[in-house]
Ligand binder design. Sequence first.
Ligand code: SAM
Ligand code: MD0
Ligand code: SF4
Length: 329
Amino acid sequence: MTKQEIIRLLETEDGEEVARLFAKAREIRKENQENKIFAYGFVYFTTYCRNNCNFCYYRRSNDIERYRKSKEEILATSKALIDSGVNLIDLTMGEDPKYHAEDFETVAEIIRTIKEEYDTPIMISPGVVSDAVIDKLKAAGADWYAVYQETHNRKLFEKLRVNQSYDERMHAKLYAREIGMKIEEGLLAGVGETTEDIADSLEIMGKIGAQQVRVMSFVPQEGSPMEGCSTPDRMLELKIIALMRILYPKALIPASLDVDGIDGLEDRINAGANLITSIIPPKSGFMGVAHNTLDVDEGGRTVAEAKVILERMGLRVATREEYKEYIGV
Ligand code: SAM
Ligand code: MD0
Ligand code: SF4
């Protein structure tokens, strides 16, 4: 697909054309993995952060209640998620100064424990960390490093991720890939990007060798500078998911429960996503990001709920063994 074609599809309002785009994306997913859909558990273990991203609820300047979970709590929640049938644990954190000060020792320990006791693939989403820390987290057993550029338009990046370096963020990702980790790249939709920016991002995601690629619609956050900005029409996110699927047939592409809760699952899967993310155990005290509590305690963000919806669609949740085979670990 040429860049012009991608831009045209992102802009089209022709319903039949969009339906064909989604149908093509589903067909490609089916060729690769039949009726299996993967599922990731989300463990946001510290909401302290030294950064001030304008779109984020957890930005340093936002006066909110925060938590830093103990090692025991993190392991118990990971176990609950694994028992419920997730294929991977995504250990996510704000850029918490405490972990930077201790050189990520505790995080490495947690990774080792989950690997030893539950033999489950792990993704770490620690924000930007040094090469030495990436080495340490990989040695502890992390399979994936996730850090999202949000946009590949540098000017827009500077407005979103205030006082952060585009190059350092990209470097961390490229370093992780270089030492043999799998990497995830991600975009935010509806933060002032043009369709050309999106087309550029789609190309760069492939070039850097990301095996997991995501897009999330921006959700305005109380108390943040972008509180008054509107959330985009979901059609944009859905089209981006479908285009990612067509451009990168085997990629892991999330349908994140974080954006619209469990009600948003079906449309995203229908657009070609092959993975459910942001599964959080109810009443565990752990939060989401874009919607920090939506559907969590009600049990909406669970494998059990997702199964009901997938079954209706003729799909099912993959086993951990099937997931491991798919990613080759
Ligand atoms: N702190 C780490 C970092 O920024 O890389 C990891 C966690 S961070 C909260 C994970 C991602 O959540 C961000 O990269 C961004 O894509 C997404 N996110 C944050 N706030 C959001 C919002 N208001 N709407 C949609 N997505 C959001
Ligand atoms: C998600 N809330 O999957 C999570 C988060 C971080 N690696 C992932 C944005 O939607
Ligand atoms: Fe911190 Fe990540 Fe939120 Fe930015 S997106 S403020 S780095 S938690």
